[in-house]
Ligand binder design. Structure first.
Ligand SMILES: [Zn+2]
Length: 374
């Protein structure tokens, strides 16, 4: 039965180690699987940019209808640590790890559902449009693989990224603009017991900056955080150098600029108040995306959900995914909930029934999308 085949594929995939940057073994296994289904495979030249030991895997299956639309199905190959030596355990229809690693359903549930969903539609003779599968590297460390994709590979008529948690039927239609920063505060070192007057504490500057910032959930669409602080040398030295790193995100393009400006000003004012300096470097990780509820993409997904027997649930998220990058490149994109729970922890689980529902949704999306413009 094909649910057994689906589960066997998932179990095989989670047993192959694929921490970020070391995805080659899993990529090789996935290439063989897709080739056996009739896809032509290539790896892009992104390894030099991402630092991974392989490029992104790009697989093409030309459709039978000339000029048919291109459906892009995407998931990521890498897992967060601890993810080496995963021993999957199936108990009462729920798959977990043996306990000392993540399971890796993030994102191997997505990969397994793509493989089985495509396989079923090929076996049923239902593939008409072109299908492209992209499996990216280094998603978990800043969407590096997706950011390095060739624009021609990322362009499609509809992109489904299988990489959200929650019940299948969940459809992410919006994600925030995301900025990160590093800030290097500079003061002056001096002996803390002999001549503290000659010191200017970079640590105190950083503390004042943090205290002056609004952090946490700022409104329904906006968040901010300072994530790390590093610096200082010894208890008896006024610290001359301290580095902060943090971020802010918002679904609202205007609001994100306000928040970023306020965080920036808090750091500069704190440094100036103690006669120090700060150099702040901001990086835009990705741009917000919003797929309108009345768009063709959502119409297709609602129909596909009905065919697959799952309830569609549209929502915006505060998290990023490769979907943000595909959307930024101009491809209509949604991110699908894959049934995985407690991701990025050793408690991570995936229910077989939800993996099966996700797979039905993939098959239904292929059939609906291929049929939608004939
Ligand atoms: Zn993921």
């Amino acid at each position: 039965m094909s649910t057994d085949r689906l589960v066997a594929t998932f179990i095989d995939l989670v047993r192959i180690d694929s921490p970020s940057g070391l995805e080659a073994a899993l990529a090789g296994r996935c290439a063989a699987e897709l080739e056996a289904m009739g896809f032509s495979i290539h790896f892009d030249a992104s390894a030099a940019l991402t630092g991974s030991n392989t490029g992104n895997l790009i697989a093409e299956l030309p459709g039978t209808a000339p000029g048919a639309p291109v459906l892009l199905l995407s998931a990521h190959l890498d897992c967060v640590e601890p993810c080496r030596g995963v021993e999957p355990v199936v108990t009462d229809g729920v798959i977990s790890s043996a306990g000392n690693t993540v399971l890796g359903a993030d994102d191997k549930a997505g990969i397994a559902a793509i493989f089985e969903g495509v396989r079923r539609t090929i076996e049923a003779g239902s593939v008409r449009g072109d299908i492209r599968v992209i499996l990216t590297v280094a998603e978990e460390c800043g969407l590096r693989g997706a950011k390095a994709l060739d624009p021609a590979d990322a362009a499609a008529d509809l992109c489904l990224v299988l990489d959200a948690d929650g019940d299948p039927g969940g459809i992410v239609v919006g994600a925030p603009t995301h900025y990160t920063f590093t800030a290097a505060f500079t003061g002056a070192a001096s002996h803390a017991g002999v001549a503290p007057e000659r010191g200017r504490s970079a640590l105190l500057m950083a503390a004042r900056a943090i205290d002056a910032m609004q952090l946490g959930r700022l409104d329904a669409h906006t968040t901010a955080n300072v994530g790390t602080i590093e610096g200082g040398t010894a208890t008896n030295v006024v610290p001359a150098r301290v580095t902060l790193a943090g971020e802010c995100r918002s679904l609202d393009a205007h609001r994100i600029d306000e928040v970023r400006a306020a965080m920036d000003a808090a750091m500069k004012e704190a440094a100036a108040s103690l006669d120090g300096e700060v150099e702040v470097v901001w990086t835009k990780e990705y741009e917000a995306f919003h797929t309108p509820e009345d768009s063709a993409a959502i119409a297709v997904m609602r129909d596909a959900c009905a065919d697959a027997g799952v309830t569609p649930r549209l929502f915006a998220t505060g998290g990023g995914s490769d979907g943000s990058i595909f959307a930024e490149r101009g491809t209509p994109t949604v991110v699908l909930s894959c049934g995985m729970r407690s991701v990025h922890s050793t408690e991570e689980t995936l229910s077989v029934a939800e993996l099966e529902a996700l797979t039905r949704l993939v098959s239904a999306s292929i059939v609906r999308f291929a049929g939608s413009r004939r």
